[in-house]
Design a protein around this ligand. Structure first.
Ligand SMILES: [Mg+2]
Length: 356
């Protein structure tokens, strides 16, 4: 199966509900879409959602990396050589990780379609379905309780609460949320680097009765030393997000004493399914659990992340809510969300249908 054309374009998406995290308020996003067609007419799709503060890649850098001239080498390539193509892709797009992720997932989509099975099965399925968290941004206690109620009403059973503006307010809001939702709802939190080491320790101590499932990136991304200096029981709760981009970061984090118990893998940070599966292998070997996260993304890339997640034995947490607030997507199909749990469809590849 040979590639006959590669196309990319900029796709704006309005969000149905703008939200605030530790360093920004977001109301609309732009994704770069990649469409690769093969000689039997199959279409492979990819999407890039670069986020400069996290990945250092702006949407213009991303689009530049996807210019037709830079993708020309793929023309006429055989999908049977997928691993070599993905290796060459890494050489062609070394630093625009979201751009590379979009091409990498489109190639994987086409490859699995060619093999006639969902991508997760071609990669080696380890899980059938897992619950996903849904995110509550930084807002007042009243607003947070209202949003939590709405999400539980929609069937979600795990809430991810964004923190990081003020520790005292965070503690108050979390306690109220726990009181309101009851003890059977999972609560995970993400201060997005908003805490010092002392604040992180205080947070862990004071939230002990709240049964917090995991604590994502409380401290600065480059402060691995402070992560390592925390007690083992705290490190086990830590999920590295901004500290973890590609395979090299994963290796650095697992060097003893292991800096965190959980890796938050995002395709936009690491550059696609190829790198994600390599990070997943490092995690599995080191006894680190996996969480799969996202930016504000099309169903296309959320689905690609889900296929990789369900093909990784170390996967324990999904945080793949990034397409739920898009006012309108450009595809149908992809992941299936039921009672707060995500699974893939039975369709070959990523199972996506591009809308006209
Ligand atoms: Mg995060």
């Amino acid at each position: 199966m040979k590639i006959t054309s590669i196309e990319s374009w900029l796709q704006p998406f309005e969000l149905t509900r703008p939200y605030t995290i530790a360093f920004d308020t977001i109301s609309s996003v732009e994704n770069a879409i990649v469409k690769i067609v093969s000689d039997d007419g199959s279409i492979g799709l990819g999407a890039a959602s670069p986020y400069e503060e996290v990945t250092g890649e702006s949407i213009s850098v991303c689009m530049e990396a996807l210019q037709p001239d830079s993708m020309q080498w793929l023309q006429g390539s055989d999908l049977c050589e997928l691993p070599r193509l993905c290796r060459q892709l890494r050489e062609t797009i070394p630093s625009a990780h979201a751009a590379r992720a979009a091409v990498d997932m489109a190639l994987h989509d086409l490859w699995a379609q060619h093999l006639g099975a969902p991508l997760v099965d071609v990669l080696g399925r380890a899980h059938t379905t897992l619950p996903t968290s849904i995110t509550i941004g930084i807002m007042s206690v009243e607003e947070a309780l209202e949003e939590a109620d709405e999400y539980l009403g929609r069937g979600f059973r795990i809430l991810k609460v964004k923190l990081g503006h003020s520790l005292d307010e965070d503690l108050e809001r979390l306690a109220k949320i726990r009181e309101n939702v009851g003890e059977h709802i999972g609560l995970r939190v993400d201060p997005n680097q908003g805490y010092s080491m002392a604040e992180t320790e205080r947070f862990v101590q004071e939230t002990e009765p709240l049964n917090i499932e995991l604590l994502e990136q409380p401290m600065k991304a480059d402060d691995i030393k402070s992560m390592r200096a925390l007690p083992e029981s705290t490190r086990r709760l830590l999920a590295a997000d901004e500290s973890l981009h590609g395979e090299a970061d994963a290796l650095a984090l697992v060097a003893p004493p292991v800096a965190c118990g959980i890796f938050n893998i995002k395709l936009m940070k690491c550059g696609g399914v190829t790198s994600a599966m390599r990070i997943a292998a490092i995690a599995e070997t080191a006894g680190v659990e996996l969480m799969w996260g996202c930016m504000d993304e099309s169903i296309i890339s959320i689905t690609a992340a889900l296929h990789a997640a369900l093909a990784s034995p170390a996967t324990r947490y999904l945080d793949l809510d990034g397409s739920l607030d898009l006012a309108r997507d450009i595809v149908e199909g992809g992941f299936v969300l039921e009672d707060g749990c995500l699974r893939t469809s039975d369709a070959p590849g990523l199972g996506l249908l591009l809308l006209a």
